[in-house]
Design a protein around this ligand. Structure first.
Ligand code: SAH
Ligand code: SF4
Length: 399
């Protein structure tokens, strides 16, 4: 039996089942265009598009009734054209270290009869920042051997609206919109008025295989008249889709992270199989020439610590040598095991010895502290618990 996947790469807006267009995820020009179809003059299109933008992205309005500077009559018309429905929250878990994990449920606007998809988003508070880890796809087409998402088939790309909805929902739940209520257990980074200061595209999926939607979502998220998250505080992580790296710098202009994980092609071919298509040399060349890269705007290289696989001193030295000519930060990630994984995390003294070599080469504090382990919110674990629960439910059903 063959299964037709709905892998839509376009970022063209798609109407909701009601025929209404989800407003979150439309560009300002697209909103204005819709207003034009409603018969508004060009001047009014621009003015109303800016008002809607402000209500939705600055004030977090999920209801046209809040839009006090728009007449009741026009609000009713807008309600017939635009959809402001937020995704359903399936679950919200809070870790004892303050990390929060949400499971959101989305319906595909273009295919209302398709089953809804579930997507995980994680918030990680630290003393100097609050980072939201956002998903770009449901599942992943790639099959990195240490990553749990890699064992799940790609279900579909998320739309720009669905990527942004993760940010909007997290902002709402953390009380980041004006007048919002901050949860009493929520940590807010010192000196910041917002709980979410940074976004990382490090949830489920390969963002550069959903380029158009990710680009659209990040340009909206960084718009100064809207969500206003600075491009310097947005990091896109890729396993190495080389042809899309330069466009990411040119067209999106966010910070780049590379899932390196190995310093030799033979090993990287196994850990990150996209390496067979775009090997290390091509990947590193794309990094050297990443538009905007400088010592003030470094590329982050992620390196997962796998016991007896990639964690020797020789690997550390080769890592430093490979990155010598690139403005780089190094992020050593303790491997997060998942049920059925074939790897173990390196021992702590091995990680320290590896980190020492990296440190001596001038890279500061390179080991990422694991967060949210009690709620399975760590890298590569996203959605595993949900899948397991579902299996349990299924098993119960079968009895
Ligand atoms: N697809 C993109 C972004 C999502 S993965 C990418 O691969 O870069 C985000 C990061 O988590 C990547 O660096 C990935 O290699 C890492 N990761 C995946 N599974 C992991 C695991 N089990 N333990 C530690 N890090 C993991
Ligand atoms: Fe996909 Fe990234 Fe996981 Fe590789 S590490 S399977 S690219 S999500």
């Amino acid at each position: 039996m063959s299964l037709a996947l709905d892998i839509d790469h376009s970022s063209a807006p798609r109407p909701a089942p009601s025929g209404r267009m989800p407003l979150v995820g439309l560009s300002k020009a697209e909103i204005a265009g819709k207003l034009g179809e409603m018969g508004l003059s060009e001047r009014d299109q621009r003015m109303r598009a800016s008002q809607l933008w402000n209500w939705v992205y600055v004030n977090g309005a999920a209801d046209f009734d809040r839009m006090a500077n728009i007449s009741k009559g026009l609000r009713a018309e807008l309600r017939d054209v635009f959809d402001l429905t937020r995704p359903e929250i399936v679950s919200e878990q809070v870790s004892n270290d303050g990390t929060r994990k949400w499971l959101f449920r989305f319906r595909d606007p273009a295919h209302p009869n398709m089953p809804p998809v579930e997507v995980e988003t994680v918030y990680i508070p630290e003393s100097d920042r609050g980072t939201l880890c956002v998903s770009s796809q449901v599942g992943c087409t790639l099959t990195c051997s240490f990553c749990h998402t890699g064992t799940q088939k790609l279900v579909r790309n998320l739309t720009a609206g669905e990527i942004l909805a993760q940010v909007m929902m997290a902002r709402e739940r953390l009380g980041d919109f004006p007048g919002g209520v901050r949860p009493t257990d929520g940590l807010v980074p010192a000196g910041e008025t917002r709980a979410i200061t940074n976004i990382v595209m490090m949830g489920m999926g390969e963002p550069l295989y959903n380029y158009d939607n990710v680009k659209k979502a990040l340009l909206i998220a960084s718009d100064g008249a809207g969500l206003s998250i600075s491009k310097r505080r947005i990091t896109l992580s890729t396993s190495g889709v080389v042809p899309k790296i330069a466009p990411t710098g040119d067209e999106i202009g966010v910070m780049l992270a590379i899932s390196l994980h190995a310093v030799r092609d033979d090993l990287r071919d196994v850990l990150v199989p996209i390496n067979k298509k775009w090997p290390l040399e091509e990947l590193l060349e794309a990094c050297r020439t990443y538009p905007g890269v400088s010592n003030a705007k470094r590329i982050t290289f992620e390196y997962v610590m796998l016991k007896d696989i990639n964690d020797s001193d020789a690997d550390a030295k080769e890592l430093v040598r490979l990155l010598a000519k690139i403005p780089a930060k190094i992020n050593l990630i303790p491997f997060n095991p998942w049920p059925g994984s074939n790897y173990q995390c390196s021992d702590w003294d091995r990680i320290e010895s590896f980190a020492d070599i990296v440190n001596r080469a001038g890279y500061a504090s390179p080991v990422r502290t694991p967060r949210g382990r009690d709620i399975l919110a760590a890298c590569g674990q996203l959605k595993s618990e949900t899948e397991r629960l579902k299996k349990k439910d299924r098993d119960a059903f079968m009895l």
